[in-house]
Design a protein around this ligand. Sequence first.
Ligand code: MN
Length: 130
Amino acid sequence: MNDPALILIVEDNAGSLELATVALEFYGFAVVGAESAEEAQRVMRSRHPDLILMDIQLPGMDGLQLTRELKADPGTSGIPVIALTAHSMPLHERAARAAGCDGFISKPWTLEALNREVRSFLTGAQETPA
Ligand code: MN
């Protein structure tokens, strides 16, 4: 566990990435951003985030595929992944969970929902070391 906890935000919309970064830094987290799945993979060669906020709709590899790959790798499978998506139908949440996402937040998210969801997973991670 990094101190403060490090959150990787994967989001291709620069405005949304900035907003989520500012919000999570306000709540006391450290944040690193990536605007594509491929950039997230590069970041993770040198950083080990405590949690990942994963936009599902991304150019190139999408967030579901990146999540599948992370969950298939023993080095990263323990990192909680929270899906962020504008598609809030139960079908989309099921697809996210099937890919290995641990949590699901529909857009547009609120500061409170983001903070609450992130904290719920980080507490769990501390209580149950991978
Ligand atoms: Mn997107």
